[in-house]
Write a new protein. Structure first.
Length: 380
């Protein structure tokens, strides 16, 4: 088996394939969790709330258990149980749907009044907020290091890892199967199956098939410094929070990096190879307004770090996990769409099961046929 791309989907796929007894090579052009990848950066939220979308709630619930099991085996603290606080506006159905779904799956949560939020978290501004939902067991994954940890675990169990660039595969005349792939250094790799899990590079590798189905968008992330000796913004005192209606989220100060805030809105089209990764004044101004509204004590806090990354979006936000329509031995795995990182362990299981030939648990929403060219985001 050959897996192209050592981001969170590719690394977990290689790891899960190896655990089924397959011989696996994992290849990445720049390294696991590198700064151009959608799996790079310092942190990602892992939460169970997905509105009424049970498929992703179930997946996140299992994924958290698999992440924690892996980190325990490696003796690494790469999950922080901060809790995730959903800030609900009036007439805000998404948090209500989250509560109903979490209750159905017996996932612990609390509904809090604004008075209760003020009492527990006085540092949070509640302008236009009517109530809140707290997922107590959810939190934050330390992203880049988590991907590196999965890759390390995979290589320790027998996966062969190469850092090399894979050339665009040339399909054989008449289709059927991909006989081999070649790398920039001249390696020629033959395999029983090829899994392309290369995130925002998928449309570049398969332009005729995916250029109109997966779009890479530019996303800005900001970190702000907290006052010396002020413990109100650490993970012990401040939960991760999501303001769904305002498309904003924030993380507490983890590992001394400062609090993290971003706007979860699809940005402009972005090239992962050549795109400029400097933030904009407009982006900073919008995030500062959010900071003043939700953490007013930090409204004048200094910027300590910034990052420009990318989502790779399908038309509606569902993952793409399907066989290539013309090449029976090629699997396309991507479309994380800004919410996929947390699901890496389950995506890896799902791909391994499909390659094994299992029909159990096939999800039609992951098929290529459901991916349109018109962007209508439905999964958050």
């Amino acid at each position: 088996m050959a897996v192209v791309g050592a981001g969170v989907f590719g690394a977990w796929t290689a790891y899960q394939l190896q655990r089924t007894g397959k011989s696996v090579v994992l290849i990445d052009a720049h390294g696991p969790g590198h700064s151009r990848s959608s799996s790079g950066g310092e942190s990602r939220i892992i939460r169970m709330g997905y509105g009424a979308d049970e498929i992703y709630t179930r997946s996140a619930q299992r994924a958290l258990r698999l992440w924690k099991e892996l980190f325990a085996r490696l003796d690494q603290r790469l999950f922080h149980r901060t809790g995730v606080l959903w800030l609900a506006h009036e007439n805000d159905p998404y948090p209500e749907n989250c509560a109903e779904t979490l209750e159905r799956f017996a996932i612990p949560f609390e509904k809090l009044t604004t008075s209760e939020v003020r009492q527990r978290y006085p540092q949070i501004g509640l302008d236009r907020i009517s109530w809140a939902l707290l997922e107590s067991d959810s939190g934050v994954l330390i992203a880049r290091r988590a991907v590196q940890a999965v890759t390390f675990a995979a290589t320790k169990t027998g996966v062969e890892y190469w850092q090399d660039a894979v050339r665009t595969p040339i399909s054989p005349t008449g289709g059927g199967k991909l006989e081999h792939i070649e790398t920039a250094s001249g390696r020629r790799i033959s395999a029983g199956s090829f899994v392309f899990a290369c995130g925002p590079w998928l449309p570049k590798v398969f332009p005729d098939l995916l250029a109109d189905r997966i779009h890479s968008t530019r996303q800005e992330v900001y970190f702000f410094g907290t006052p010396a000796g002020d413990g109100r913004f650490t993970a012990d005192a401040l939960p991760t929070w999501i303001d769904f209606k305002d498309e904003a989220y924030g993380l507490p100060d983890l590992e001394g990096r400062g609090i993290k805030i971003a706007i979860d809105r699809h940005g402009c089209e972005f090239d992962p190879d050549t795109g400029d990764r400097m933030v904009t004044r407009e982006g900073l101004d919008e995030v500062r307004q959010c900071l003043a509204r939700r953490l007013p004590a930090l409204k004048d806090a200094p910027v300590t770090e910034t990052r420009v990354c990318q989502y790779e979006n399908t038309s509606n936000g569902d993952f793409l996990i399907d066989r290539h329509p013309e090449l029976d031995d090629v699997w396309l795995v991507g479309g994380g769409s800004g919410h996929g990182f947390k699901h890496g362990p389950v995506v890896g299981e799902y791909v391994a099961a499909r390659i094994e030939g299992s029909k159990e648990g096939i999800e039609p929403r992951f098929s290529l046929a459901t991916k349109a060219s018109e962007q209508r985001r439905a999964v958050y």
